[in-house]
Design a protein around this ligand. Sequence first.
Ligand code: NCD
Length: 375
Amino acid sequence: MPRLRHFIDLEEFTPEEVLQLLELAGEMEARVRYEKATQGGSPITPLLPYRVMASLFWEPSTRTRLSFETAMIRLGGSVVGFAEASTSSVAKGESLADTIRMCAHYADCIVMRHPKDGAAYLAGKFSTVPVLNGGDGGHLHPSQTLLDLYTIYKEFGTLAGLKVALCGDLLYGRTTHSLAVALAAFGSQCVAISPAELELPPHVLHHLHSRYGGTVEQRRELDGGLDDVHVLYMTRIQRERFEDPEVFERVAHVYRLDRRIMDGAPAEMIVMHPLPRLDEIAVEVDADPRVRYFEQAFNGVPARMALLLVLMGHSHLFGQRGSNWRVPSVFEGTCSNRRCITHFDDNAAPEFYEFEPGKLACRYCDRVRDQLTLY
Ligand code: NCD
């Protein structure tokens, strides 16, 4: 029996394993493209026949849910689940842990998205089948990072030595948290462009520095300063995560990538965005040959096919565990992140790990325990 392996965090995998996943994604992409071209639009690559994926989305999603579901169907499996909590027993007050226990009996893996930081880790504790984190609050979005890395890798043939500018809501934008850490792990550098209120959370900066020696250059302006940037990764301001609507209004429209800024940017720089895009990229930019965001969304299918294959069928290929694996836990204390699942669910018993000597971080949301900023 292959060992149970969840995908809560990209650091479940070592950088070498992530590269293997990207190679596998390339193979999946070739198969999908070939079958699409030759089988009249109903391509199947039946590597996971009769397997069932539960798709549990407590938060809105277009690309993540649909590309995971497409990936599973293209592998020959089937999908059950819900796209809004109001159609499941969650609406009757069922806990996350109970829903997960049930679904683990019905399905062979669980893909989930939940509004609370750390919800995916909680689910993993109660599941007997692999849990794949499709986004937990403002914490992490590792499968998005996998397809982002795949997009960058296809473009540059490497993930090392690149300069990636992340722009927008870096505080609540979970995609940038997973991506900044992954880029540091591969030896690439991040420039973080955000308003003061929306900087990358201190625990992310700390994490990428202490684990991988990464550094992040912080900036406020998008205009200018893109000269040596390989990837400009735009993000939307995450309205739904702001507690104070006034703060949202203040920062809502600070960045807008338009043709003028693109004219001053390097010819080889690509533009990415996890989507949905609001007004941070003008529609006029879409025709620019450096734009990759729609292709990036397509890459979600092969990247998630590779992930499903490894977690459900071929996990024996992956022997090692990443850097976050099995650091001993301490089971007392309170998480300082108000948005952490531990404050909302009785099943989420406090659990911390030693993040660096003398410093504990929450196992669910990675927030350093005695950090003073509460958000
Ligand atoms: C992102 C998300 O849900 O975090 N979308 C996605 O999965 N492609 C980004 C966002 O919602 O802004």
